[in-house]
Design a protein around this ligand. Structure first.
Ligand code: HEM
Length: 142
């Protein structure tokens, strides 16, 4: 995991334009410049709190879990005096991907089950056609 970069509020305050917009939410220092245009709550909501600690505003809006997860995507560091366990967002998302890949790899169909799934329908088909053949033969002879 990459080292957490620590910023002071006055350092964050230097990034408060539409071309360079940072803010702090729950101790995470976020660079939301690329998110301004796509923020569902509008660009202005973010610009108003640019360069500041916007934790209260973020929480007051009642953001969803999805929005909270997004915070990690834009994190560039941590506010001085705060500790965040999963501060490096990219590492967290990679770990999640590895986990899901592991689950898929680690859960193959047992060989016996795969065998049954293949042969049982085949057996049924064989019985069916065998039965049809025999009953047809009966009809022809009678
Ligand atoms: C990086 C920080 C932020 C992210 C990732 C984010 C993300 C989102 C998302 C995904 C939504 C859609 C609704 C939801 O899923 O909750 C949303 C809505 C909204 N956000 Fe944010 N947001 C951020 C910061 C802020 C801040 C600081 C404010 C206020 C100053 C704000 C104000 C709003 C408002 C007003 C809405 C619209 C709510 C509605 O129409 O119901 N957001 N935001």
């Amino acid at each position: 995991m990459a080292a957490q970069r620590i910023f002071t509020l006055s350092q964050v305050a230097q990034h408060k334009s539409t071309k360079d917009c940072w803010l702090v939410i729950h101790g995470r220092v976020l660079d939301v410049t690329k998110f301004l245009a796509s923020h569902p709550g509008g660009e202005d909501a973010l610009i108003e709190v640019a360069g500041k600690d916007a934790t209260k505003e973020f929480d007051d809006t009642g953001h969803s879990g999805g929005a909270k997860n997004l915070l990690r995507e834009y994190q560039v560091g941590v506010l001085q005096g705060h500790t965040i366990k999963d501060a490096d967002s990219k590492d967290v998302s990679i770990k999640k991907k590895e986990m899901s890949a592991f689950v898929i790899k680690g859960d193959p169909l047992p060989k016996s089950k795969a065998f049954l799934e293949f042969f049982v329908p085949l057996l049924f088909a064989a019985f069916y056609f065998g039965y049809r053949y025999l009953t047809r033969a009966d009809q022809i002879t009678s």
